[in-house]
Design a protein around this ligand. Structure first.
Ligand code: CTP
Ligand code: MG
Length: 409
């Protein structure tokens, strides 16, 4: 156990020493798995994500201290210096008292939290801290009671109905000025099921703030199933699909044995340059059965892969005469039609062009507008060079890498 730095003014005592009798797993409840991680581990997520670093005390069953410490360390990550682990007592109140005994002298606000409320949102912790600081009083989260509540006799007969407008189902974390909690625990005679009752028993006011249904306590097997369900992805949620496409074309001048294109002379095989749906006057063209528009082709591949419809080669054929010299728009329009026929729409497309020529920046906006117009969805294009390395660095050709997001309609 490492010593917390003496700067924390907030402490969170996480009580996890109960036996979990009502859950009936034959082991301490805090160590039972909830969606692949222990209840204790999940309950610590918000504790170590607080705005300000808090001293954290985990109160665990005496026979599982090492395990609790490991879970705490894993959850704390870089904040592990703020962690202390100690053995609990026979009752919840006793367990809290043992945690309280370990607080640093700098701590002025104390939160007590049930590990069993494993899905409590971070915002609830922050709200409790803020309320205690602003009011100087204890603050506990509570929810209105929606069931009709009856008082019963010991034999299970219904007696009178309790006015539920006066009731609140309270949760944790419960926060208090440290002095009040210390005072209440020092005076404690009777056992209470929460800390607010103990603090109120010595005459201090405690405010109720808005709780969150997610902070429910995992007590019974039904509660555990409910928690498992909350952690499942939203039923019916259909994720969009991503795809990737890469295309390279050599400058026609390279394949015809001419000099490396200067970009100024319009040399090479006299092939015009078409790239990103634009004609580039005065630039050396790219080779290919079609017009060699690597940007358009990479986009087609990205769209087809996102939709699971194969790739541009298998779709259009690399030597089909009808595509001889065809511009990128032809391929993009047909790809879009195929996606539509399969029930997909395009979310967006991003492309990076790699090459020395043409100088892309001056016409980026124009190219984006043309391709966006063809696809009816945002297309963004960036361009880069490779510091003289490789075939793109030697100005022998270009590469385009595209990603696409498509979604089912
Ligand atoms: N707790 C504790 N020490 C105890 C008893 C309870 O630290 N001697 C903790 C539990 O680990 C739990 C919280 O207090 O996080 C609320 O208690 P409860 O839900 O009653 O848990 P258990 O006592 O473990 O469950 P059961 O009453 O069903 O045995
Ligand atoms: Mg209990």
């Amino acid at each position: 156990m490492s010593t917390p730095p003496p700067t924390s003014t907030v402490a969170v005592i996480v009580v996890a020493a109960g036996s979990g009798t009502r859950l009936g797993h034959g082991q301490a409840k805090a160590f039972v798995s909830l969606g692949g991680r222990s209840i204790l581990s999940r309950s610590l997520d918000p504790v170590f994500a607080l705005r300000e670093p808090a001293q954290v005390v985990i109160v665990a069953p005496v026979e599982r201290l090492a395990e609790a410490e490991q879970i705490g360390r894993d959850a704390a990550g870089a904040a592990s210096a703020h962690l202390t682990v100690t053995a609990g007592g026979a009752s919840r109140q006793e367990s809290v008292a043992r945690g309280l005994a370990l607080l640093e002298s700098t701590v002025s606000v104390v939160l007590v939290h049930d590990a069993a409320r494993a899905l409590t949102p971070l915002a609830q912790f922050e709200a409790v801290i803020d309320s205690v600081r602003n009011s100087g009083r204890g603050a506990i989260p509570g929810l209105p009671v929606s069931d009709t509540i009856k008082r019963t006799d010991r034999a299970g007969l219904a007696l009178e109905t309790v006015d539920r407008s006066e009731l609140s189902a309270v949760q944790t974390p419960q926060g208090f000025p440290r002095t009040q909690l210390d005072e209440a625990y020092a005076a404690a005679g009777t056992e209470f099921t929460d800390d607010a009752a103990l603090v109120a028993s010595i005459g201090h006011d405690v405010s109720i703030i808005h709780g969150d249904p997610l902070a429910f306590k995992i007590t019974t097997p039904w509660d555990l199933r409910r928690a498992e369900q909350v952690l499942q992805p939203t039923p019916g949620l259909v994720l969009p699909r991503t795809g990737v496409g890469v295309d390279s074309h050599a400058f026609a001048s390279i394949l015809s044995g001419d000099s490396v294109p200067s970009g100024q002379s319009g040399d090479g095989a006299g092939t015009p340059l078409w790239l990103a749906g634009l004609f580039w006057p005065g630039e050396t063209g790219l080779s290919g059965h079609s017009d060699g528009d690597a940007v358009a082709h990479a986009i087609c591949d990205a769209l087809l892969s996102a939709a699971g419809l194969g790739d541009i080669g298998s779709t259009f054929g690399t030597s089909d005469p009808q595509f001889s010299g065809a511009h990128g728009e032809v391929f993009l329009t047909e790809t879009l039609r195929m996606l539509g026929a399969s029930g997909f729409r395009v979310g967006n497309v991003a492309v990076q062009l790699i090459g020395n020529r043409p100088r892309f920046a001056a016409r980026r906006t124009e190219a984006e507008a043309v391709l966006t117009g063809i696809l009816g969805a945002p297309v963004s294009i960036s361009a880069t060079t490779t510091d003289g390395l490789g075939f793109t660095g030697r100005t022998e050709g270009v590469v385009a890498i595209a990603t696409a997001l498509v979604y089912a309609v």
